[in-house]
Ligand binder design. Sequence first.
Ligand SMILES: Cc1cc2nc3c(=O)[nH]c(=O)nc-3n(C[C@H](O)[C@H](O)[C@H](O)COP(=O)(O)OP(=O)(O)OC[C@H]3O[C@@H](n4cnc5c(N)ncnc54)[C@H](O)[C@@H]3O)c2cc1C
Length: 283
Amino acid sequence: MITAAFEYYRPASLDEALRLLGGRDDAKILAGGHSLIPMMKLRLAEPAALIDIAAIPDLGRIDFDGKRFRIGALVTHATLAANRDLEKNAPALWDAANHIGDPQVRNRGTIGGSASHGDPSADYPSVLLALGATLSLAGKSGSRDVGADAFFRGMFDTALAPGEILTTVSFDAAPASAYAKYQHPASGYAMVGVAANLRLNGGTVGEARIAVTGVGDSAFRAGNVEKALAGARAGDADAIKKACSNAASGVDARSDSQASGTYRAAMADVYAARAVSAAAARG
Ligand SMILES: Cc1cc2nc3c(=O)[nH]c(=O)nc-3n(C[C@H](O)[C@H](O)[C@H](O)COP(=O)(O)OP(=O)(O)OC[C@H]3O[C@@H](n4cnc5c(N)ncnc54)[C@H](O)[C@@H]3O)c2cc1C
């Protein structure tokens, strides 16, 4: 399949990219191309111009000061999967990066591209919700920070306004965190994926942030599970299982050729318990 014709730009700075993007409504940012190019080949997207941000300095950096991560939008899944600081200090994101697609996808796809795309079965949205991440968006009139809870708005719908570019994703270290997914056997996308981020007080759960992807129109926080986990003993598998029931409560679970909504909702409970147990074991 061949894409429609398009113009191609490769700006050398963020300002130049914003100028090119802001001047027209028929242009799209190109990062790793592993979601956009397949859509263009299927003619589901026909942008008249692609603005390739690969040459913009600093968007490919990972900074960690011992407390907080700041990850550039162009950091690839493979780079995250190989990062030792992330493995130790925010293992939920490390887990997710290691299980995206296949080596080719991980070598080209970026965290910024995945977040901006807003795919309801993508792994990172649930992890960024569980980590309480902040997404920094640059526009012609300056930058603004948006919390993950407000960023992921619906199916392929995010808080990115026309003309804006996602530049960085930041979050505090979360050593007691994990991501567990039931992955599609061919693509690796999440049929169901759950991210857990716990604050442990001694042997009990003080606070929990739990988020689910693959089930609804967008990744979502499982508020009832978060509440039920507070005070649970971290090593008590039965208490964790009980607290993780009805993880998809209040969500219209999607049915398609791969799984019914009922099955997806049931698997959300199973994978929530797995993610929470794995996070507790790391804490
Ligand atoms: C075979 C295959 C298997 C896959 N398996 C998985 C999987 O298991 N789990 C998973 O989560 N994903 C999976 N993916 C998707 C993959 O992770 C993509 O890399 C990712 O979704 C998009 O990142 P990208 O850098 O390739 O973005 P692109 O494809 O370049 O862009 C995607 C969209 O985001 C916009 N965009 C990109 N960067 C920015 C930015 N910085 N600011 C604003 N807008 C931006 C683009 O304009 C476009 O609309 C798979 C893809 C393929 C082809």
